[in-house]
Design a binder for this molecule. Structure first.
Ligand code: KIV
Ligand code: ZN
Length: 518
C-alpha cells in the first residue's frame, strides 16, 4: 500500500476496548463494550479492536457480540501467535461483516530472551506460521512486532517482509513501552518503509504508548513519515500511561492539514460524545486540561483572552468547540420543557437513543426537573449514559433509609426486588462506619455476596448546591472487577445506586458465565 502521503488517508484503528480496557481501573461490562463499539462506529473509526478473545470467556463473548452488531467497520480481535489463540479469535470474529485477526509476537532482544525464551530465528518462524494459520480462516490478518521500537530495525524488516509474504495485510510497529522520541520514531518508520520487502503490499501501522507523554507526537511523526494506520484509544486510556489519544491524533492532522496533507474518516463532531461515554463507562475522569475534550479545552479565563475571543474567535482558538461536538450553549431546560425541546437538546449534545430509552430518560428528566430548577447538559448526559450503558437490573432498588448522627452511629436499611420475584421484596438493616458503609453492607446481606469495595468516588455533575451527586464505585469479587455509577440529587441515593449498578453488572456477568457452563 502506498504511504499515507500518497493515498491522502490514514486509517484509524481504535483499541479502546482492548488496550484501553486492559488498563487498571478501565474495565467495562459486556453491555458497556457494545455501547462503546456502537459509538465508535458512529464516530467513523475504520477498525475496532474489540478485545482479546483467548484472554477470558467473557472477552470472547464480548468480541462475538460486537462482531455480530458492527456493520460499518472492521472488527479485530487480538491473539498471541498461538494456534489456540487464533482459534478463539476466529470463534469470536467469524460473524463479523469485516473480521480481522490481529496477531502479535515480540521482536526485541529483551522480550525474546527473557519473556519468550526464543531465538530470533524461532520468532521469525513462529510469526510466519501463525500468520499462515490465521489466513486459513480470515483474509484480513494484521501482524504486530511487539516492542518493535526497541528491536533491531533490520530484524523487524525481515519479520515484516516474511509475514507479508505469508499473507499479512497490515504490519504494525508498536512503541510498546513509550520510549521513542518523535524524530527518531519518524526515522524508524521511514527505515521500515525503505527496507521491508513487499511493504507496498501492506498497510504500515503504528501503535504508541505514552510513558514519556509522547504517544500523540510519535504517532503524528509516523504519519509524516508515511504510516497508513494509527492505533489509538479514546481519551488516551491504556496500559500504564496510556495509548495515543484518538481525538488528539485526529484533530492534530486535521487542524494542521497544511503540514500533513492527509485526513481520517472520523466525524469529528462525534468526538466529545464518545469521550464522555468512555469516561462514564470506565469511571475514569478526563483531566480538565486534556487537549480537545477536557472541560477547560475551550474556556478562556484571562480577560485579555476573553476580549480577543469576543472580537474574533481565532485570536485564541485554533478550532471551534462545535467541530469536536462540544454542544453549543442552548436554551435552558426545566420543568416546563416539553418532549420536543428535550429531543432537540439530545440531538445538539450528539446523544443518540432508541425510542424505549428516550421514554425512560424523558420520564427521569421530568422527575429531575421537579427537584432542580434548571437541568444542565451534564445532567442530561448523565441520564442518557445511565439508561443506555447499564447492565440489566437483577436487583432493583425499592426503598432506602439511613439513620445517622454524631452520637448515634449509622445504620442503613435497603429494600430490593429481584427480577424473578417481581412482587416480593427483600429487606435488610445493617450498622456500619457511616451511612454508606451500612447501606452497602445491607445490600450485600440481601444479595448473599460480599464484594470488596475497591473505589468510591463522589463528585458533583455541575457546580452549586443544587447539583446532582455522581458516584462511581468499583467492586471486586473472586478476582473479577465491576464498575457502577449512580446519579441523584441525594448523595446517599447516588451512592446506593452506584453500588447496586456494580452489583447488577456482577450478577449479569456471573449469570452469563453460568449459562455458558450450563
Ligand atoms: O503495545 C503493544 O505492543 C501492543 C501490541 C499487542 C499491539 O498492545
Ligand atoms: Zn499497546
Amino acid at each position: 500500500m502506498s504511504d499515507s502521503r500518497q493515498t491522502g488517508t490514514v486509517r484509524v484503528f481504535d483499541t479502546t476496548l482492548r488496550d484501553g480496557e486492559q488498563a487498571p481501573g478501565c474495565s467495562m461490562n459486556p453491555q458497556e463494550k457494545i455501547e462503546v463499539a456502537r459509538q465508535l462506529e458512529t464516530l467513523g473509526v475504520d477498525i475496532i479492536e474489540a478485545g482479546f478473545p483467548a484472554s477470558s470467556p467473557g472477552d470472547l463473548a464480548s468480541v462475538k457480540a460486537i462482531a455480530g452488531i458492527v456493520r460499518k467497520c472492521t472488527v479485530a480481535g487480538l491473539c498471541r501467535s498461538l494456534e489456540d489463540d487464533i482459534d478463539a479469535g476466529w470463534e469470536a470474529l467469524a460473524g463479523a461483516v469485516s473480521p480481522r485477526i490481529h496477531i502479535f509476537l515480540a521482536t526485541s532482544p529483551i522480550h525474546m530472551e527473557f519473556k519468550l525464551k526464543m531465538t530470533p530465528e524461532q520468532v521469525l518462524e513462529q510469526a510466519v506460521s501463525s500468520v499462515r494459520y490465521a489466513k486459513k480462516f480470515c483474509a484480513d490478518v494484521e501482524f504486530s512486532a511487539e516492542d518493535a521500537f526497541r528491536s533491531d530495525p533490520g530484524f523487524v524488516c525481515r519479520v515484516f517482509g516474511a509475514v507479508i509474504k505469508a499473507g499479512a495485510l497490515t504490519v504494525n510497529f508498536p512503541d510498546t513501552v513509550g520510549y521513542a522520541m518523535p524524530d527518531e520514531f519518524a526515522a524508524r518508520i521511514r527505515y521500515v518503509r525503505e527496507h521491508t520487502p513487499r511493504i507496498e503490499k501492506a498497510c504500515l501501522s503504528v501503535h504508541c504508548h505514552n510513558d514519556l507523554g509522547l504517544a500523540t507526537a510519535n504517532t503524528i511523526a509516523a504519519i509524516s513519515a508515511g504510516a497508513n494506520q494509527v492505533e489509538c484509544t479514546v481519551n488516551g486510556i491504556g496500559e500504564r500511561a496510556g495509548n495515543a489519544s484518538l481525538e488528539e491524533v485526529v484533530m492534530g492532522i486535521r487542524v494542521r492539514k497544511d503540514c500533513f496533507g492527509v485526513d481520517t474518516r472520523i466525524d469529528s463532531t462525534k468526538i466529545y460524545g464518545t469521550s464522555r461515554l468512555v469516561s462514564q463507562v470506565t469511571g475514569v475522569k478526563v483531566q480538565p486540561n486534556k487537549a480537545i475534550v477536557g472541560d477547560n479545552a475551550f474556556l478562556h479565563e484571562a480577560g485579555i483572552h476573553q476580549h480577543g475571543v469576543l472580537v474574533r474567535r481565532e485570536t485564541y482558538e485554533i478550532m471551534t468547540s462545535e467541530s469536536v461536538g462540544i454542544p453549543r450553549t442552548g436554551m435552558i431546560l426545566g420543568k416546563h420543557s416539553g418532549r420536543h425541546a428535550f429531543e432537540d437538546r439530545l440531538e445538539d449534545l450528539g446523544l443518540q437513543v432508541d425510542r424505549d430509552t428516550l421514554e425512560l430518560v424523558f420520564a427521569q428528566f421530568k422527575d429531575l426537573a421537579d427537584k432542580k430548577k434548571v437541568v444542565s447538559d451534564r445532567d442530561i448526559e448523565a441520564l442518557v449514559m445511565g439508561a443506555s450503558a447499564a447492565a440489566p437490573e437483577t436487583w432493583k432498588l425499592d426503598h432506602w433509609a439511613v439513620n445517622t448522627g454524631s452520637a448515634l452511629g449509622a445504620s442503613g436499611t435497603i429494600r430490593l426486588r429481584h427480577k424473578d420475584e417481581r412482587l416480593k421484596t427483600r429487606v435488610s438493616t445493617m450498622k456500619g462506619d457511616g451511612p454508606i458503609d451500612a447501606s452497602f453492607k445491607a445490600i450485600n446481606r440481601i444479595i448473599g455476596k460480599d464484594p470488596k469495595l475497591e473505589l468510591y468516588e463522589l463528585g458533583a455533575i455541575t457546580g452549586g448546591s443544587a447539583s446532582q451527586g455522581e458516584t462511581m464505585v468499583k467492586i471486586a469479587w473472586k478476582g473479577r472487577h465491576w464498575n457502577g455509577r449512580g446519579v441523584s440529587t441525594d448523595v446517599l441515593e447516588s451512592s446506593i445506586k452506584a453500588y447496586l449498578s456494580a452489583v447488577n453488572a456482577m450478577e449479569w456477568e456471573l449469570s452469563l458465565g453460568a449459562e455458558k457452563r450450563g
